[in-house]
Design a protein. Structure first.
Length: 96
């Protein structure tokens, strides 16, 4: 399962601040989640960002999202994002 999240940073957050918090989020939260395969982020030319997260199953992705609601590390990371800009979709990875 591939989770694709697009978002923008709050206007007072710069890329360096975001990348620092993203590293903390990955090390202290997301890499500790059951079923995580891989996660990476990228920035677009227009200020949009995207994260790609590979999960073993949709159940694992949902569990992580639920746990993020009560994790101080995840909440701190999320506080840097413009909540109105967040869009998350899920894709089934195909072999071949």
């Amino acid at each position: 399962m591939i989770e694709v999240s697009k978002f923008r940073l709050l206007s007072d957050v710069n890329a360096e601040q975001f990348l620092e918090k993203n590293a903390e989020f990955q090390q202290q939260f997301i890499y500790q989640r059951e079923g995580l395969v891989r996660r990476t982020v990228a920035s677009g030319l227009d200020g949009e960002w995207v994260s790609f997260t590979w999960w073993r199953s949709m159940k694992d992705a949902r569990q992580s999202a639920t746990e993020a609601l009560t994790s101080s590390v995840a909440l701190e990371f999320s506080s840097l994002l413009d909540a109105s800009s967040i869009a998350t979709e899920y894709f089934k990875e195909l072999s071949g």
